[in-house]
Structures are given as C-alpha cells and as structure tokens.
Design a protein around this ligand. Structure first.
Ligand code: NAD
Length: 540
C-alpha cells in the first residue's frame, strides 16, 4: 500500500456505569459466574507455542481464599532462554513492519478489549485482583484501551519529530527500537499496567518478555489472548509467568538485555538496578531502566479547605481498591480548626462503607491481594494499637476467615515523623497528623521531607495564596500533583503518571515521554551534491 495513514486522534474510552438495570451489569454478572466456576489453566507462551512446564502455582481469589481461579505454569530457565532467542529473532521482522501495520495490531487489541472481551477482562480483574466493578472498569477496560490507543498516537507524533534540513542536505531521524529485548515486569494492582509495560515498547518495534505478577495473572493472560487475536506475531511479546528469581537471573544474565520496564515496589526495582549494574560489562549496550515504584501519597488541607470535598477525596483516595493504588492517599495533614468536622464526617461516612466480596455490587471495599499483604497490614495495626503516639480514629480490624479483609482505617499521630507518616503500607490505612493553623509554613516542610517518595499529592485550599505557596514548596514532592482533587485516578492522555525520588524514574506512563525511552535514534544525513574538492576557500 502506498499511503501515509493518519492515526485517528484517540479519545478516552467512556466508563460504563454498571448501574442497576444496565445491560453491562447483566453481562458482567454472567462473566463473573462463568469465569468464577472454572479453573483456568495458564501456560507459558514462547514463539506462539503454549508450554505447560511441570512447576505450577495455584491462583486464588483475595475475597475467597479457598476459591481456586487458575493454575499457572512457571517458566523454567531453559524455556526462558528459548524465549530470549525467539524474541530477538522475531525482532528482525517486527522492526521492519510499517508503523501503520504495527499500530493496527494495538488499535485492534483496544477495540477487542472494549468490545467482546470487556466483560471477561473486568470479571477476571474483579475475581483475581479483588476490584469492584467500577475499579475493574476504569482499569482493565478503560485505562488499558487508553494506553494502547494513546501510545499509538504518541508514537506517531514521535516519528514525525524530525531535524531541520538545509539546501542540498536532507537530515532525518530513524527511530530504531532498542537492539535486544525488553524485560517487562508488571505489578498486581493494575491490569492496565500489566498490558502497558510490554506493549508500549512493542509499538515502536521492540520485543519484550512479559513476566506478569502471579496475583494478576488471570486478567493478564486474557489480555495476552487479545493481543494474539489482534494479530501480534509470535515471539514479539513472550508470555513468561515464573518465579521472579529464576526469570530475573536468566534475563539479566543475557547480553541482549536492552531495557527493563518495571512497575512495582521500590525494593524490587533497587534489586533489579543493582543486578544490572553488577553485570554492566557483559551487555551489548546500556540497558534502559524504567521503573515506577512506591509512594506515600499525601493530602494536605489548608484551613480554607472545603471540608466536604476534602472528606470525599480522603475516602476515595485512601480506600478505593483497598488503598492498593500506588497513588492512594496514605498520609494527610489537617489543620486543627478543621479536624473536629473532618473526623466526625470521616467516621460517619466510613460507617456507611460496605466491605465484602465485590461480586456483590453494593460493596465499596474488597479484600487485600493476598496473605502476605494481609499479614503485613495486620502487623501495622497491632503495632499502632500498642503505640502511645498513635490513636485509632476509625476502623482497625482484620478478618481472614473467608478473604483477606482489612477494615478501612484512619490513624492519628502526634509525631509528624512517625513511620506511619513515611512508610508505604499499601493497604486501606490513612495516617493523619493534625497541625496548628498558624504553622502552614512548617507543615509544607513536613510534607516535602516527610517520606522518601514523591509520587502523588494533593492540596485542598480555597485561598489562592496558600495554593501558590504550596505549589512552590512542594514542586519536587509529587510527580502527580492535584489542587482540590483526590490524589488518585490519573487518566491516560490527561494526567501522565509517575513520580521522582524513591517513586521511580518518572518516565510518565501513557505519554510520549515514556516512548522516548524505547527508541534509539539513528541520524541520517544525505547530501545531494557532495563536495569534490577537499580544499576550503579560506586556504586561498
Ligand atoms: P512487587 O514489587 O512485589 O512486584 C512487582 C513485580 O515484580 C511482580 O511481577 C513481582 O512478581 C516481581 N518481582 C518481585 N520480586 C522480584 C525480583 N526479585 N526480581 C524481579 N521481579 C520481581 O509489587 P506489587 O506488590 O505487585 O505492586 C505494589 C507496588 O507497586 C507498590 O509499592 C506500589 O506503590 C507500586 N506501584 C507503583 C506504580 C507507579 O506507577 N509508581 C503503579 C502501580 C504499583
């Protein structure tokens, strides 16, 4: 075909409501029933072939830990080596595809996801990762479709970015993919991130080995099937669930490692970076390391804040998806003059929040992801109860009889440097510090220096001077900064996401900035009429 096709300008996928009586509600309920009544057998997929190695892990539902959802086969070292060989071989062909053809695969994947696969993807995210219908919809359907469509659009813009030329000379940039493979390691908490980390590099002609999180593998496996149905050639993205240490050992030891696309905890990203640094001599190039990691995200209220808006932001920001969003509000700073009203409203509203199995659509808070998370959070609450500097304002109970349930909890401390204000717990626990109204300046310092992270943060104020002061003082305290809004819920194309300091490399998922990390540009200068005399005029 001789044509330069313009990529359609993407719009954010509309969010379905799942309100009583809606068609999507009925379809989702049926999908939950169907997926919930089978045990899915999840293979390793290398070069388009499904493999079923002997070693397996059983995946259960967070809200019903006796409910088996899937058996996932674990990739052994030899198969991982085949996956690297296959991916690097597949790249020879894939990187030569016209951009429009690669784009078509991912745009089709987005349409399949939003159409025939939507209910199954949401059901898998609800059953496997414990999301409510709304949380599953904004993640597994809308955000993932947005990642695919917007990244294709950004990639097209990136390819158009070209240097100037002068008469007789034509200059071009050839946006080559990285030479080698990308290791995509994805977290449990967003199906969309699972899909984004291997596909964003692939749009630009890279190949990836995708190691999904065991606790998100059901939805991730469904998405892998969507990619195949959309026409992704074998080998371009290898689906390699497996033990983290095995996969990491094999992949980091290969000289063809060209990049890591990671989202997860700060500690694991540190390990990966160290592992790469220790092997630096053996790589063909310098692997690109992109990691979005943890957070201790803040909400800061000025005495002029609108209390109703503040309380809503605290409730949604801290407790939606059980506080297991990297952007979740987990520390807040409230002026003493507002605290009595905030406390009263928080307690009243928290009394109305229903916790339980999200298959019951009246539930707002589900279970935390697994036993490990449950035990970690339980320990935090036990320690808080025994600590004279901490008061339990609301919540504080746990129940592991059926699922991994941790009650939404508000803690208050008199010590602004207490570890409940600085350590990421990754659960439905909001820590509060009450500051004196005349200590606005001091509280800005506390927010800025109170934790090693700098992912998201929000300020609530109706006083513009306070907004201006916070804007300046908190400039480096959050990569996603909100004024009079909750600190969660970034939308692709609208609020590019990522943070600095211990929160990662801030390469802004779902934006053109991220895509720049997956190209290695080649500059081409072509001269129409090259000089034929080596002497310059000044030589006389
Ligand atoms: P995690 O670090 O435990 O796991 C992330 C991935 O790394 C999983 O696939 C896991 O299997 C793998 N992994 C674990 N140990 C590994 C190792 N030694 N080598 C290689 N891979 C390894 O994180 P999680 O519990 O899945 O996710 C929660 C964390 O992710 C939180 O800290 C949260 O803040 C962060 N997160 C950050 C963002 C962001 O954009 N900044 C987004 C989502 C989640």
């Amino acid at each position: 075909m001789s044509a330069i096709g313009n990529i359609p300008i993407p719009i954010n996928e509309p969010i379905l409501s799942y309100a009583p009586g809606s068609a999507e509600r009925t379809v989702l309920q049926a999908a939950i029933k169907e997926l919930g009544s089978t045990v899915t057998n999840i293979p390793v997929v290398v070069n388009g072939q499904e493999h079923h190695p002997d070693q397996t892990i059983t995946v259960t539902s967070p809200q019903r830990h006796q409910h088996k959802l899937a058996t996932v086969h674990q990739a052994p070292a030899a198969l991982l080596q085949d996956a690297i060989d296959g991916a690097t071989a597949a790249q020879q062909d894939w990187e030569q595809w016209a951009f429009a053809d690669r784009a078509a695969v991912f745009m089709k994947a987005a349409d399949l996801l939003c159409g025939p696969w939507r209910a199954r993807m949401n059901a898998a995210t609800l059953l496997g990762q414990g999301k409510t219908p709304h949380q599953a919809e904004i993640d597994a359907a809308c955000e993932l479709a947005d990642f695919l469509r917007f990244n294709v659009h950004y990639a097209e813009r990136l390819l158009h970015e070209q240097p100037i030329s002068v008469p007789g000379v034509w200059n071009r940039l050839d946006y080559r993919p990285l030479e080698g493979f990308v290791y995509a390691i994805t977290p449990f908490n967003f199906t969309a991130i699972g899909g984004n980390l291997p596909t964003a590099p692939a749009i630009l002609g890279n190949v990836a080995l995708w190691k999904p999180s065991t606790t998100a593998v059901l939805s991730n496996w469904l998405f892998y099937q969507i990619l195949r149905e959309a026409g992704l050639p074998p080998g371009v993205i290898q689906f390699v669930p497996g033990q983290s240490s095995t996969v990491t050992d094999v992949l980091l030891s290969d000289p063809r490692l060209a990049g890591i696309h990671f989202t997860g905890s700060t500690a694991v990203f540190h390990q990966l970076w160290t592992g790469v640094a220790q092997r630096l001599d053996q790589y063909r190039g310098y692997p690109r390391l992109v990691g979005e990691t943890g957070g201790k995200d803040f909400i800061l209220a000025h005495p002029s804040a609108d209390v109703d808006a503040l309380v809503t932001a605290l409730l949604r920001g801290a407790f939606e998806y059980q506080g297991q969003k990297c952007s979740a509000a987990s520390r807040c700073y409230i002026p003493r003059s507002l605290w009595p009203r905030v406390e009263e409203q928080m307690r009243a509203e928290m009394g109305r929040i229903k916790m339980g199995d999200p298959a019951d659509f009246s539930v707002f808070v589900g279970a935390v992801i697994d036993k490990r998370a449950y035990q970690r959070l339980e320990q935090v609450l036990v320690a808080a109860k025994a600590d004279p500097r901490v008061r339990i304002v609301a919540g504080g109970k746990c129940d592991a009889r059926e699922g991994w349930f941790v009650e939404p909890t508000v803690l208050e401390t008199t010590d602004p440097r207490h570890q409940i204000m600085s350590v990421e717990f990754f659960g439905p626990i909001l820590s509060t510090y009450i500051y004196e109204d005349n200590q606005w300046d001091e509280v800005l310092t506390l927010v800025d220096s109170g934790s090693p992270y700098a992912l998201t943060g929000a300020i609530f104020s109706q006083d513009r001077r306070a907004v201006i002061a916070a804007d300046k003082r908190l400039r480096h305290a959050a990569g996603n900064y909100y004024v009079n809004d909750k600190c969660t819920g970034a939308v692709v194309g609208q609020q590019p996401f990522g943070g600095g300091r211990a929160s990662g490399t801030n390469d802004k998922a779902g934006s053109i900035l991220n895509l720049y990390r997956w190209v290695s540009a080649r500059t081409i200068k072509e001269t129409a009429n090259p000089p034929k005399d080596w002497r310059y005029p000044y030589l006389g």
